[in-house]
Design a binder for this molecule. Structure first.
Ligand SMILES: [Zn+2]
Ligand SMILES: [Zn+2]
Length: 163
């Protein structure tokens, strides 16, 4: 005669109040909206949907979201580079063409550069808005770079008009 080992299948009694995942001595006040871990008063970030733990708060946006944010930032930076290239081209044109040709070329380049710079600022601002959770500074750099270029073009136009 064999004795069946008694399997204890009774559910482990769950304590009513769970402790915080980070602070085992602190009772949880709620669960993280994203990872569902219990968080205490100290580490629960209040978000519109409930609470979020520090880990999820700092890891921020999803990889997909990060990629699109990066797209805006890189686009903005590329337009800033294009703006610089156009500026150099406009300056070089006075050495390569006759004064009349250079003037026409500079006007066309100026319009293109203005479009590029304004586009860069717009992309950067969109990227900045999207990057609030990731905190990436790239989009802001794009805005500043394009803004600085816009200022350079503004000064050059004023100098050009007054000469
Ligand atoms: Zn979490
Ligand atoms: Zn905690």
């Amino acid at each position: 005669m064999t004795v069946e080992p008694s399997l204890d299948i009774s559910p482990v009694s769950q304590p009513e109040i769970r402790s915080c995942y980070a602070h085992l001595q602190s009772p949880s006040k709620g669960y993280c909206f994203q990872c569902n871990r219990p968080v205490c008063e100290t580490c629960a970030f209040t978000i519109p949907m409930g609470w979020m733990c520090p880990d999820c708060m700092t890891s921020g946006a999803s990889p997909q979201e990060r990629r699109s944010n990066l797209g805006y930032a890189v686009g903005s930076l590329l337009l800033a580079v294009l703006g610089i290239a156009l500026l150099v081209a406009a300056m070089a044109s006075s050495f390569l063409f006759t004064p009349e040709e250079a003037e026409t070329f500079a006007k066309v380049v100026g319009i293109l550069a203005l479009g590029s710079v304004l586009g860069g600022i717009t992309l950067g601002l969109i990227g900045r808005e999207h990057a609030k959770r990731t905190g990436s500074p790239l989009a802001l750099i794009g805005v500043i770079a394009n803004g600085a270029l816009l200022a350079v073009y503004g000064v050059l136009t004023i100098v050009g008009l007054s000469s």
